[in-house]
Design a protein around this ligand. Structure first.
Ligand code: DP6
Length: 323
C-alpha cells in the first residue's frame, strides 16, 4: 500500500473556467499558495482479489457520483500503466476541525501520487501535476509547495503547474475564517462552466488574469505582501463578479461573507494591513504579514469567535509518506 500526503492550495489568481472539460484544460493561467494546515493522506493498493474499486473517505465507504469521479481517475491510471486490477483507496482529510475545507485539490494531488506509484508508474512532478489535473483543476497546483503557477497550456501535455517559490519564508500567512461548513449548492465545476457560457464579462476575465499574473509574479519577486494581497483581493472579486453576471446569476457569498469583508476593510482603515479572498463557498481567507497576526486574530476573533479562525503558514508539496 502506498500512502501520499498532499496539501490544499488557495488561488491568489483564480482558475475559473475550462476550455476542455474532459481533459480539464483551463481558459487562463492561475497562481496559488499551498497551505500547511490542510492536507489529505491517501493510501492506494491495486489488488487482484477485488471485484470493484473500493473507496473510503474519512471512514465512510463512498458510492455514487463521488465514487465515479475517483473511479474515472483510476481508469486513467489503469490505462497509463497497463494495470488491470481494481484498487483499494483509503483517504483521510486532515483539517483542524470538520471545516468543509477538505478540498478536491489536496484529494486528487494525493490520489494521483499514491495511485500512480501503486500502479508501478514513476512520474516526475510535472507529469504528476498533469495527472492530478485530470481529477480536479486546482489539484494541478497542489503537487508543489509554496507559490505555484499553473500554465493553462493548450492540451494535455502543455497544461501543468510549476513552482515559483517553494520555500516561502518572507512572512505571508493565511487565516481561514470558517463561516459555513455545509455543502455548496453550485459546485465549482458547474459554476465556472456557467460563467464561461453565459457571463458577458467572461472575455474581460481573460484580460484581468493576463494582467494579474504578471503583476502577482512581480509582487512575489519583491516579497511585497501588500501588493500580493491587493492583487489577490481584486482578482477574487472579479472572479465572483462572473457568478453574479451569469444567467441565471448566483453567488457563493452569504451574509457572513459580507460581514467578514467589511471587518477586513475596517482592519485596513485602522492601519492593519490584511486582504481577503474567497473561493466557491462562503468562507473567507485572510492574507497578511505574520507581524500583524495577533491583531487580526484579536479583531476577527471578537466578531466571529476564535474557534472559527485557522491560521496557516505556507505548506509543502506532495510526498509519499509510506510504502
Ligand atoms: C474557485 O479545481 O474545484 O477554487 O477543475 O472542476 O474540479 P474542477 O474545479 P476546481 O475549481 C477551483 C476553483 C477555485 C479557484 C482556484 O482554485 O483556482
Amino acid at each position: 500500500m502506498i500512502t501520499a500526503r498532499a496539501h490544499t492550495n488557495i488561488a491568489l489568481v483564480k482558475y475559473w473556467g475550462k476550455k476542455d472539460q474532459k481533459l480539464i484544460i483551463p481558459q487562463t493561467d492561475s497562481l496559488s499558495l499551498t497551505l500547511n494546515e490542510f492536507y489529505a493522506d491517501t493510501s492506494v493498493e491495486f489488488r487482484d482479489d477485488l471485484t470493484a474499486d473500493h473507496i473510503e473517505i474519512d471512514g465512510h465507504v463512498v458510492t455514487g457520483h463521488a465514487a465515479d469521479k475517483v473511479i474515472n481517475f483510476l481508469n486513467i491510471i489503469r490505462k497509463l500503466s497497463g494495470k488491470n486490477s481494481y484498487a483499494n483507496v483509503i483517504s483521510t482529510n486532515h483539517v483542524p476541525i470538520s471545516a468543509g475545507l477538505a478540498s478536491s485539490a489536496s484529494a486528487f494531488a494525493a490520489l494521483a501520487t499514491a495511485a500512480s506509484k501503486a500502479a508501478g508508474l514513476e512520474l516526475d512532478r510535472r507529469d504528476l501535476s498533469r495527472l492530478a489535473r485530470r481529477g480536479s483543476g486546482s489539484a494541478t497546483r497542489s503537487i508543489y509547495g509554496g507559490l505555484v503557477e499553473w500554465h493553462r497550456g493548450t492540451d494535455d501535455l502543455t497544461s501543468f503547474a510549476e513552482p515559483i517559490m517553494e520555500n516561502v519564508d518572507f512572512g505571508i500567512e493565511m487565516i481561514a475564517l470558517l463561516l459555513n461548513t455545509s455543502k455548496k449548492k453550485v459546485s465549482s465545476r458547474q459554476g465556472m462552466q456557467s460563467s464561461v457560457e453565459t457571463s458577458p464579462y467572461y472575455p474581460a476575465w481573460h484580460k484581468v488574469v493576463a494582467h494579474d499574473m504578471v503583476a502577482m509574479k512581480r509582487a512575489i519577486n519583491n516579497q511585497d505582501i501588500d501588493q500580493i494581497g491587493h492583487i489577490a483581493e481584486k482578482n477574487a472579486l472579479r472572479m465572483h463578479a462572473l457568478t453574479l453576471s451569469a444567467d441565471p446569476g448566483y453567488t457563493y457569498f452569504n451574509g457572513e461573507t459580507i460581514r467578514a469583508i467589511q471587518a477586513i476593510n475596517d482592519l485596513r482603515s485602522q492601519g492593519i494591513s490584511c486582504y481577503y479572498t474567497m473561493d466557491a463557498g462562503p468562507n473567507v481567507k485572510v492574507i497578511y504579514d505574520r507581524k500583524n497576526r495577533s491583531k487580526i486574530i484579536e479583531y476577527l476573533g471578537k466578531l466571529f469567535g476564535q474557534e472559527k479562525l485557522i491560521v496557516s503558514k505556507p505548506g509543502p508539496g506532495v510526498k509519499i509518506i509510506s510504502k
